[in-house]
Design a protein around this ligand. Structure first.
Ligand SMILES: [Mg+2]
Length: 190
């Protein structure tokens, strides 16, 4: 991460993540909904444990987190809950106003937001965010507007890479490491 990006990382108070293609590789598995014709399909997604730990740690050391997705699924609700994400915004068909509403609710300026995206619906919110991050396999237009492109692709450690860089720049990463060096009884446990 170069110096210019470090400057942008330092201002971050809220990390907003798209879900499909950022926290996952973009795959969506639909399973028939069990009993009864017309039962709703169940959606299953694969998340990355290293991403998940970083998401949880961010909030533990004082950086708020949010998932912002245009879809809705039980899998995302469950993931957000188990990672104690500050806010889960689903069904956001237009992500820029959704991001602004989220900022207002949390009392964070858009300039203090890091936004992780992968595809065209992320362009508008990325242009509002102080730090726009594209995953390695994002659409070319998304990589173009991003301040920084991760080495890792979506669902394969991109969120971990981004969050770790932000926390390191802010001097918060060492608190995470220190925490795991000790054997304090532990409100951080999964
Ligand atoms: Mg996406």
């Amino acid at each position: 991460v170069d110096r210019e990006i470090e400057e942008l990382c330092r201002a971050v108070r809220l990390i907003v993540m798209d879900v499909d293609g950022v926290l996952t590789d973009g795959s969506i598995e639909l399973t028939s909904g069990g009993a009864g014709l017309g039962a709703l399909p169940t959606e299953s997604k694969t998340f990355n444990v290293k991403d998940g730990l970083a998401i949880r740690w961010a909030r533990r050391v004082g950086v708020e987190t949010a998932f912002l997705t245009s879809r809705s699924s039980g899998a995302v609700e469950r993931r957000a809950e188990e990672l104690s994400v500050t806010r889960l915004v689903t069904g956001a068909s237009d992500k820029a106003p959704a991001l602004l509403a989220l900022c207002q609710e949390l009392g964070v300026a858009p300039a203090e937001v890091a936004y992780l995206g992968d595809d065209l619906p992320d362009l508008a919110p990325m242009r509002l965010a102080g730090l726009a991050i594209a995953v390695a396999d994002a659409a070319p237009e998304v990589r173009e507007v991003a301040h920084w492109v991760t080495d890792a692709p979506g669902g394969r450690g991109a969120a971990r890479e981004a969050i770790e860089a932000i926390l390191r720049t802010q001097g918060r990463w060492q608190r995470v490491v220190d925490h795991h060096m000790t054997e304090e009884p532990d409100e951080w446990r999964d």
